[in-house]
Ligand binder design. Sequence first.
Ligand code: SAM
Length: 275
Amino acid sequence: MQSPGTLHIVATPIGNLGDLSPRALEVLGAVGAICAEDTRHTRQLLSHFGLERPLLALHQHNEEAQAEQLVARLQAGESLALVSDAGTPLVSDPGFRLVRAARVAGVRVSPVPGACAAIAALSVAGIASDRFAFEGFLPAKSGARRERLARLAAESRTLIFYESAHRIEESLGDLVAAFGADRPAVLARELTKLFETVLDGGLGQLLERVAADPNQRKGEFVLVVEGAGEDADARLIEGQRLYLKLSEHLPPSTAAKLAAELSGASRKALYGGGS
Ligand code: SAM
Protein backbone atom coordinates (compact mmCIF):
# COMPACT_ATOMS: atom_id res chain seq x y z
CA MET A 1 0.00 0.00 0.00
CA GLN A 2 1.18 3.51 -0.84
CA SER A 3 2.26 5.42 2.32
CA PRO A 4 0.24 8.62 2.82
CA GLY A 5 1.68 11.98 1.96
CA THR A 6 2.20 14.83 4.41
CA LEU A 7 0.16 17.99 4.74
CA HIS A 8 2.67 20.80 5.34
CA ILE A 9 1.31 23.97 6.99
CA VAL A 10 3.64 26.65 5.69
CA ALA A 11 3.92 30.20 7.06
CA THR A 12 4.56 32.93 4.50
CA PRO A 13 5.72 36.56 5.05
CA ILE A 14 3.46 39.27 6.54
CA GLY A 15 5.17 41.92 4.43
CA ASN A 16 8.89 41.47 3.99
CA LEU A 17 9.54 38.65 1.51
CA GLY A 18 12.90 38.02 3.17
CA ASP A 19 10.93 36.35 5.96
CA LEU A 20 10.08 33.30 3.85
CA SER A 21 12.37 30.64 5.33
CA PRO A 22 14.69 28.42 3.27
CA ARG A 23 12.76 25.38 4.55
CA ALA A 24 9.45 26.93 3.47
CA LEU A 25 10.89 27.35 -0.03
CA GLU A 26 12.19 23.80 -0.06
CA VAL A 27 8.83 22.34 1.02
CA LEU A 28 6.79 24.53 -1.36
CA GLY A 29 9.02 23.46 -4.24
CA ALA A 30 8.68 19.75 -3.40
CA VAL A 31 4.94 19.21 -2.81
CA GLY A 32 2.52 17.96 -5.45
CA ALA A 33 0.25 21.00 -5.04
CA ILE A 34 -0.22 24.04 -2.82
CA CYS A 35 -3.58 24.89 -1.28
CA ALA A 36 -3.83 28.66 -1.19
CA GLU A 37 -6.37 31.15 0.09
CA ASP A 38 -5.94 33.36 -2.97
CA THR A 39 -4.17 31.55 -5.80
CA ARG A 40 -3.21 34.78 -7.65
CA HIS A 41 -1.55 36.14 -4.55
CA THR A 42 0.36 32.91 -3.92
CA ARG A 43 1.36 32.61 -7.60
CA GLN A 44 3.01 36.02 -7.31
CA LEU A 45 4.85 34.97 -4.17
CA LEU A 46 6.07 31.76 -5.80
CA SER A 47 7.16 33.49 -8.99
CA HIS A 48 9.19 35.97 -6.93
CA PHE A 49 11.21 32.95 -5.78
CA GLY A 50 11.26 31.30 -9.22
CA LEU A 51 8.91 28.50 -8.14
CA GLU A 52 5.99 27.09 -10.06
CA ARG A 53 3.62 24.54 -8.51
CA PRO A 54 -0.01 23.59 -9.13
CA LEU A 55 -2.27 25.74 -6.95
CA LEU A 56 -5.65 24.82 -5.46
CA ALA A 57 -8.02 27.42 -4.05
CA LEU A 58 -8.89 26.75 -0.42
CA HIS A 59 -10.84 29.48 1.32
CA GLN A 60 -13.54 29.78 3.95
CA HIS A 61 -16.31 29.20 1.41
CA ASN A 62 -15.05 25.90 -0.06
CA GLU A 63 -12.87 24.45 2.68
CA GLU A 64 -15.44 22.06 4.10
CA ALA A 65 -16.28 20.72 0.63
CA GLN A 66 -12.65 20.47 -0.53
CA ALA A 67 -11.28 18.82 2.61
CA GLU A 68 -12.50 15.31 1.75
CA GLN A 69 -10.99 15.38 -1.74
CA LEU A 70 -7.68 16.76 -0.47
CA VAL A 71 -7.47 14.12 2.25
CA ALA A 72 -8.06 11.45 -0.43
CA ARG A 73 -5.07 12.83 -2.38
CA LEU A 74 -2.94 12.79 0.76
CA GLN A 75 -4.00 9.22 1.52
CA ALA A 76 -3.07 8.24 -2.02
CA GLY A 77 0.51 9.33 -1.30
CA GLU A 78 0.65 12.92 -2.57
CA SER A 79 2.15 15.58 -0.28
CA LEU A 80 0.42 18.96 -0.15
CA ALA A 81 1.17 22.36 1.37
CA LEU A 82 -1.28 24.84 2.82
CA VAL A 83 -0.50 28.57 2.78
CA SER A 84 -2.61 31.64 3.46
CA ASP A 85 -2.23 35.14 1.99
CA ALA A 86 0.09 36.21 4.78
CA GLY A 87 1.60 34.76 7.91
CA THR A 88 0.63 31.49 9.54
CA PRO A 89 -2.34 29.56 8.13
CA LEU A 90 -5.23 28.95 10.58
CA VAL A 91 -4.41 32.15 12.54
CA SER A 92 -7.48 34.24 11.60
CA ASP A 93 -7.22 32.36 8.30
CA PRO A 94 -8.72 29.19 6.77
CA GLY A 95 -7.27 25.74 7.34
CA PHE A 96 -8.47 24.20 10.57
CA ARG A 97 -11.15 22.09 8.88
CA LEU A 98 -8.62 20.62 6.46
CA VAL A 99 -6.11 20.00 9.26
CA ARG A 100 -8.80 18.33 11.38
CA ALA A 101 -9.92 16.14 8.48
CA ALA A 102 -6.32 15.13 7.75
CA ARG A 103 -5.67 14.27 11.39
CA VAL A 104 -8.89 12.26 11.66
CA ALA A 105 -7.76 10.31 8.58
CA GLY A 106 -4.38 9.62 10.17
CA VAL A 107 -2.47 11.79 7.71
CA ARG A 108 0.73 13.42 8.99
CA VAL A 109 0.39 17.20 9.39
CA SER A 110 3.68 19.03 9.79
CA PRO A 111 4.32 22.76 10.40
CA VAL A 112 6.83 25.00 8.67
CA PRO A 113 6.70 27.87 11.17
CA GLY A 114 7.37 31.49 10.31
CA ALA A 115 5.81 34.93 10.43
CA CYS A 116 2.66 35.61 12.43
CA ALA A 117 1.51 39.21 12.92
CA ALA A 118 0.19 38.57 16.45
CA ILE A 119 3.47 37.11 17.68
CA ALA A 120 5.55 39.71 15.82
CA ALA A 121 3.56 42.49 17.54
CA LEU A 122 3.81 40.83 20.95
CA SER A 123 7.56 40.45 20.49
CA VAL A 124 8.04 44.23 20.19
CA ALA A 125 5.24 45.47 22.49
CA GLY A 126 7.04 45.39 25.82
CA ILE A 127 3.81 44.20 27.47
CA ALA A 128 3.76 41.09 29.68
CA SER A 129 4.05 38.17 27.28
CA ASP A 130 4.04 35.19 29.65
CA ARG A 131 0.26 34.79 29.37
CA PHE A 132 -1.74 36.22 26.51
CA ALA A 133 -5.06 35.68 24.77
CA PHE A 134 -5.36 36.05 21.02
CA GLU A 135 -8.77 37.54 20.22
CA GLY A 136 -8.41 37.85 16.44
CA PHE A 137 -10.81 40.35 14.84
CA LEU A 138 -13.45 42.03 16.97
CA PRO A 139 -17.04 41.79 15.64
CA ALA A 140 -17.76 44.25 12.82
CA LYS A 141 -21.08 45.43 14.29
CA SER A 142 -20.69 47.94 17.09
CA GLY A 143 -23.22 46.34 19.45
CA ALA A 144 -21.56 42.92 19.26
CA ARG A 145 -18.12 44.53 19.50
CA ARG A 146 -19.01 46.42 22.67
CA GLU A 147 -20.48 43.31 24.23
CA ARG A 148 -17.33 41.32 23.42
CA LEU A 149 -15.17 44.05 24.93
CA ALA A 150 -17.37 44.26 28.05
CA ARG A 151 -16.74 40.54 28.57
CA LEU A 152 -12.98 41.07 28.15
CA ALA A 153 -12.57 44.15 30.36
CA ALA A 154 -11.59 42.16 33.46
CA GLU A 155 -9.30 39.71 31.60
CA SER A 156 -5.90 39.76 33.32
CA ARG A 157 -3.94 38.21 30.45
CA THR A 158 -2.46 40.42 27.73
CA LEU A 159 -4.96 40.69 24.86
CA ILE A 160 -4.05 40.66 21.17
CA PHE A 161 -6.46 41.93 18.51
CA TYR A 162 -6.27 42.14 14.72
CA GLU A 163 -7.82 45.18 13.08
CA SER A 164 -8.24 46.63 9.61
CA ALA A 165 -7.69 50.20 8.45
CA HIS A 166 -11.38 51.03 8.05
CA ARG A 167 -12.30 50.06 11.62
CA ILE A 168 -9.23 50.93 13.67
CA GLU A 169 -10.50 54.27 14.93
CA GLU A 170 -13.95 52.94 15.81
CA SER A 171 -12.53 49.92 17.61
CA LEU A 172 -10.06 52.01 19.57
CA GLY A 173 -12.97 54.23 20.64
CA ASP A 174 -14.87 51.20 21.92
CA LEU A 175 -11.75 49.89 23.67
CA VAL A 176 -11.31 53.21 25.48
CA ALA A 177 -14.95 53.08 26.59
CA ALA A 178 -14.71 49.47 27.78
CA PHE A 179 -11.19 49.34 29.29
CA GLY A 180 -10.59 53.00 30.19
CA ALA A 181 -8.34 55.57 28.46
CA ASP A 182 -5.35 54.78 30.67
CA ARG A 183 -5.03 51.04 29.93
CA PRO A 184 -1.51 50.60 28.44
CA ALA A 185 -1.45 49.28 24.88
CA VAL A 186 0.70 49.04 21.76
CA LEU A 187 -0.53 49.58 18.23
CA ALA A 188 1.68 47.79 15.69
CA ARG A 189 1.07 48.87 12.09
CA GLU A 190 2.48 47.51 8.84
CA LEU A 191 4.99 45.22 10.59
CA THR A 192 8.05 44.32 8.48
CA LYS A 193 6.90 46.77 5.75
CA LEU A 194 8.13 50.19 4.67
CA PHE A 195 5.80 52.16 6.95
CA GLU A 196 6.15 49.97 10.02
CA THR A 197 5.05 51.95 13.11
CA VAL A 198 4.80 50.77 16.69
CA LEU A 199 2.97 53.26 18.93
CA ASP A 200 2.62 52.86 22.67
CA GLY A 201 0.69 54.66 25.38
CA GLY A 202 -2.70 54.55 27.05
CA LEU A 203 -5.61 53.48 24.83
CA GLY A 204 -6.85 57.10 24.92
CA GLN A 205 -3.49 58.41 23.64
CA LEU A 206 -3.44 55.82 20.86
CA LEU A 207 -6.94 56.86 19.81
CA GLU A 208 -5.88 60.53 19.73
CA ARG A 209 -2.84 59.76 17.57
CA VAL A 210 -4.82 57.64 15.14
CA ALA A 211 -7.62 60.23 14.94
CA ALA A 212 -5.16 63.10 14.38
CA ASP A 213 -3.05 61.52 11.64
CA PRO A 214 -4.67 59.86 8.58
CA ASN A 215 -1.38 58.04 7.88
CA GLN A 216 -1.80 56.19 11.17
CA ARG A 217 -5.08 54.79 9.92
CA LYS A 218 -3.54 53.16 6.85
CA GLY A 219 -2.44 49.54 6.49
CA GLU A 220 -2.76 46.52 8.75
CA PHE A 221 -2.85 46.60 12.54
CA VAL A 222 -2.25 44.48 15.60
CA LEU A 223 -3.29 45.90 18.94
CA VAL A 224 -1.67 44.50 22.09
CA VAL A 225 -3.46 45.52 25.28
CA GLU A 226 -2.21 45.04 28.83
CA GLY A 227 -4.43 42.80 30.96
CA ALA A 228 -6.63 44.25 33.73
CA GLY A 229 -4.80 44.90 37.01
CA GLU A 230 -5.61 42.77 40.05
CA ASP A 231 -7.28 45.69 41.97
CA ALA A 232 -9.71 46.62 39.24
CA ASP A 233 -10.51 42.97 38.69
CA ALA A 234 -12.78 42.13 41.60
CA ARG A 235 -15.22 45.02 41.08
CA LEU A 236 -15.17 44.69 37.33
CA ILE A 237 -15.71 40.93 37.38
CA GLU A 238 -18.67 41.35 39.73
CA GLY A 239 -19.99 44.21 37.57
CA GLN A 240 -19.66 42.12 34.40
CA ARG A 241 -21.42 39.20 36.02
CA LEU A 242 -24.32 41.39 37.14
CA TYR A 243 -24.51 43.23 33.84
CA LEU A 244 -24.68 40.05 31.78
CA LYS A 245 -27.38 38.63 34.05
CA LEU A 246 -29.44 41.84 34.24
CA SER A 247 -29.20 42.55 30.51
CA GLU A 248 -31.12 39.33 29.89
CA HIS A 249 -34.16 41.11 31.36
CA LEU A 250 -33.46 44.86 31.08
CA PRO A 251 -32.31 47.26 28.34
CA PRO A 252 -28.47 47.29 28.26
CA SER A 253 -28.12 50.86 29.56
CA THR A 254 -30.40 50.19 32.57
CA ALA A 255 -28.63 46.89 33.25
CA ALA A 256 -25.26 48.68 33.19
CA LYS A 257 -26.49 51.44 35.52
CA LEU A 258 -27.76 48.94 38.09
CA ALA A 259 -24.72 46.66 37.78
CA ALA A 260 -22.39 49.63 38.23
CA GLU A 261 -24.26 50.80 41.34
CA LEU A 262 -24.29 47.35 42.89
CA SER A 263 -20.67 46.42 42.11
CA GLY A 264 -18.85 49.73 42.31
CA ALA A 265 -17.43 49.18 38.80
CA SER A 266 -17.49 52.05 36.33
CA ARG A 267 -20.67 52.10 34.25
CA LYS A 268 -18.64 52.95 31.15
CA ALA A 269 -16.47 49.88 31.62
CA LEU A 270 -19.58 47.72 31.76
CA TYR A 271 -21.40 49.27 28.86
CA GLY A 272 -19.31 51.36 26.50
CA GLY A 273 -22.36 52.48 24.53
CA GLY A 274 -24.17 54.18 27.39
CA SER A 275 -23.31 57.26 29.41
N1 SAM B 1 -2.48 34.54 9.30
C1 SAM B 1 -2.02 35.88 9.53
C2 SAM B 1 -0.96 35.90 10.63
O1 SAM B 1 -0.33 34.87 10.87
O2 SAM B 1 -0.74 36.93 11.24
C3 SAM B 1 -3.16 36.81 9.83
C4 SAM B 1 -4.21 36.88 8.75
S1 SAM B 1 -5.53 37.99 9.10
C5 SAM B 1 -6.64 37.64 7.80
C6 SAM B 1 -4.89 39.55 8.57
C7 SAM B 1 -4.69 40.50 9.75
O3 SAM B 1 -3.43 40.24 10.36
C8 SAM B 1 -4.63 41.97 9.34
O4 SAM B 1 -5.92 42.54 9.23
C9 SAM B 1 -3.86 42.57 10.48
O5 SAM B 1 -4.69 42.75 11.61
C10 SAM B 1 -2.85 41.45 10.79
N2 SAM B 1 -1.63 41.66 10.00
C11 SAM B 1 -1.21 40.94 8.95
N3 SAM B 1 -0.03 41.44 8.49
C12 SAM B 1 0.29 42.48 9.28
C13 SAM B 1 1.37 43.39 9.32
N4 SAM B 1 2.36 43.33 8.43
N5 SAM B 1 1.37 44.34 10.29
C14 SAM B 1 0.37 44.43 11.18
N6 SAM B 1 -0.68 43.59 11.19
C15 SAM B 1 -0.73 42.63 10.25
